[in-house]
Design a protein around this ligand. Structure first.
Ligand SMILES: C[S@@+](CC[C@H](N)C(=O)[O-])C[C@H]1O[C@@H](n2cnc3c(N)ncnc32)[C@H](O)[C@@H]1O
Length: 244
């Protein structure tokens, strides 16, 4: 998987605003933070860390989003995905990936609590050649205070649950499902902690009468969790020189 050229160029512009030494330091801080798994405060806290996220984490989260959307397209080739709701949008990763996979996408609604991410995401989206991306709506809102939404064909929660307390995460999942016209996609890092968040989300969704497609396409208790084990999916991503 490779990022579209226009997105690589827009990211390059943002990353080059930060001095190299600060960028390397910010990337090390982010890695530490993700390894420690402490998300009691937002993991990405300043402009250097946002640039490091764009250079190093964004390609991987984009690849995960693109892979899941491609699986949807493969399994439901006749599904018409015209609208997207992205909860905890960050730089708009889900919007960029969905617009590449679903040529039918016409509109995105992106909800994000952080002003800096909102500004950065809007700036990247404004440079997209795709009208659906350029015209999407960005809303500042904290998901923990609830949110109202029109139904959207595809609702995405990408690498956000880990930053929410379990009760808040469950409330967001239930609401997200109520807003999903066709599909709800939830992604977390492929770690035991990420698996636990996905498994908890799966239980909440089954209790809300959702049909689960993955990781376990049935309504029974997850056998991996019962065995004290965990699972994840691997996705390859082509790294740019800057990423390396
Ligand atoms: C790790 S980033 C993921 C960004 C993007 N979804 C992606 O996949 O690249 C987590 C994002 O969730 C946002 N976020 C965390 N808690 C939030 C909340 N309570 N309400 C809204 N956004 C939140 C953060 O500001 C950040 O942009």
């Amino acid at each position: 998987m490779r990022l579209p050229q226009h997105l690589m160029e827009s990211i390059q512009v943002e990353v080059e605003k930060i001095e190299w030494r600060r960028l390397v330091q910010a990337n090390a801080q982010l890695s530490e933070r993700y390894k420690a798994g402490d998300f009691s405060t937002p993991a990405v806290a300043n402009d250097a860390q946002r640039a490091a996220y764009l250079a190093v984490r964004f390609p991987a989260t984009y690849a995960a989003n693109q892979r899941v959307f491609s699986e949807i397209k493969l399994r439901a080739p006749h599904a018409q995905i015209a609208s997207l709701l992205d909860l905890g949008a960050g730089p708009g990763t889900a919007l960029f990936a969905a617009s590449e996979v679903f040529s039918t996408l016409q509109h995105g609604t992106l909800i994000e609590a952080d002003d800096h991410w909102l500004a950065l995401g809007k700036n990247l989206a404004a440079k997209s050649p795709l009208p659906a991306v350029r015209q999407s709506q960005w809303l500042k809102h904290d998901l923990r205070s609830g949110f109202s939404c029109d139904t959207h064909d595809l609702v995405v929660i990408s690498y956000v649950l880990g930053e929410l307390a379990p009760a808040a995460a469950e409330a967001v999942i239930r609401k997200a499902w109520a807003c999903a016209q066709q599909f709800l996609v939830i992604m977390e890092p492929g770690t035991p902690r990420g698996f636990a968040a996905i498994n908890a989300a799966r239980s909440a969704l089954i209790a809300s009468a959702a049909e689960v497609l993955a990781p376990c396409p049935h309504k029974h208790t997850c056998p991996m969790a019962v065995a004290g084990d965990w699972c994840h999916f691997a996705q390859r991503v082509e790294r740019t020189a800057q990423h390396r």
